[in-house]
Write a protein of this length. Structure first.
Length: 176
């Protein structure tokens, strides 16, 4: 008994591996990469017309943040993805500010923002891969650092340090 095409986890992982192996070639043919992702989600009640949302869903579901850079060569796709990830980061910061005002207990607030740190790190990694400039991400990086400092756990600092491979992040840490 073989694997069925309905095994979306297998298909997603296979496609992620294929893209990782062929990211150089696909970077020159971003439309082909988009079409592969579109094929993956067709029939799953997903809006296959919104390529930005499809690519974001694929990146997030596969945790392949490092190959988001293949989409940076397509200016429209790159800007659309950046906008999605920036919007998500801004919402996390805004919601955390609201939580800070409603949660008077510092430890409760820190537990709340700790849950957001991994998602923030992943979104920042995608933005770095898409070629975001320092000025674009500076204010988000400041909040990410502030949240990491308040949570102050080894996991939070390991995730923070994992972004040091990106020059924009190194530039930020050099200002601390």
């Amino acid at each position: 008994m073989g694997l069925s095409i309905d095994d979306s986890t297998f298909v997603r992982e296979a496609l992620a591996e294929f893209i990782e192996v062929h990211k150089e070639e696909l970077g020159d043919k971003t439309e082909e990469a988009v079409n592969l992702v579109r094929l993956l989600y067709e029939g799953n009640n997903t809006d296959t017309k919104n390529k930005f949302a499809l690519i974001r869903k694929f990146i997030d579901e596969t945790s392949c943040f490092s190959f988001a850079g293949i989409f940076s060569r397509d200016p429209e796709l790159s800007e659309g993805l950046k906008n999605l990830y920036f919007f998500d980061l801004v919402e996390k910061v805004r919601f955390s500010k609201m939580q800070q005002e409603s949660l008077r207990d510092t430890s409760t607030y820190n537990r709340h923002i700790e849950k957001s740190l991994t998602e923030m790190k992943n979104a920042l990694a995608v933005l770095f891969e898409l070629g975001s400039e320092y000025t674009e991400v500076q204010s988000v990086l400041e909040k990410y650092f502030e949240f990491t400092r308040h949570v102050n756990t080894s996991k939070a600092w390991l995730e923070f340090d994992s972004l040091k491979k990106h020059p924009v992040f190194q530039k930020f840490t050099n200002t601390l």
